[in-house]
Ligand binder design. Sequence first.
Ligand code: ZN
Length: 335
Amino acid sequence: MASVLNQPFFQDEDAAYAKLESFVWPNGAVCPHCGCTDRMRKMNGTATRPGLYKCYACRKQSRVTIGTVFESSHVKLHVWLQAVYLICSSKKGISSNQLARTLGVTVKTGWFMSHRIREAMASSTGLPPMGGEGQVVEIDETFIGQKTDMSKQRGYAHKHAVLTLVERGGTSRSFHVDGTKASDLLPIIKANVDPKTHIMTDEAGQYSSVLDQKFAAYATKHDGLLLLMPPPPDEDLQCNELLVQDTSLKKHFAGHDFVQHGKGEYVRGEVHSNTVEGLYSVFKRGTKGCTSTAPRSTCTATWRSSTSVAGTQSSWAWTTRSGLRRHCAGLWASG
Ligand SMILES: [Zn+2]
């Protein structure tokens, strides 16, 4: 069996453009400048760059890469396609350094390519909300890495927080969030989940409020939510010892159930958050696959960006998991 990377579009620039055109222009070339479809002509001169078209309506030249993540790059398109294949087929991730070594490009170029490709995996804005009537969306957060301005300590305060929404049997979305307060999470949840959806979470305070009248007034003041909230100063109760019951997300969605991990409860019939936990399993293995350990970057902006794209990639991989093998082994290998 020949190597997948022996496919012509991974080796030859003209074949790479033909392959990309088959994806982007399935019904024929489209001018990115004027939208014309019937007056695009391919330029075939010996000195002409591969994939160049001229529109005889607006007289401008263009290539299929305009408007894609491959635009304005000096890297050959067939090398880009190799990078796409390597990133998409590496379930546990591939680091920019590894990509650079494999493709024979500089580390800087490898980083640039991997970030552009991962950005392409991001959900575009304006997507319809997840879930709906009869649907279940699981919500959870995880913590990775280390903030540059904080030293290691107990708990998660020094780590970066990622919020993930997973629709059972459907898609997922991940968000790098500033914190895990209800005020950080609820706007994202409300913007991305249909109100008719049934929500499932763990017992984290931001999703549930305490069934204690003493706490109800406090919860109401905070939009019905409590977040990792210590008891009011005059209380000596511990949150994890209280009987907690949702009165918060239920206000915004059709229903909300949760399991209490603190009491060793992980599944109660249909009630669990194991789907989103499974996504995090892939996410964290992907992080380790790229970096061995989640690094403490010297550049906050870089690390924040890296955290975002890593979350994006894991969500993309999860959302497309059923098609991933077909995508890699079939679509690409079929030529
Ligand atoms: Zn045109």
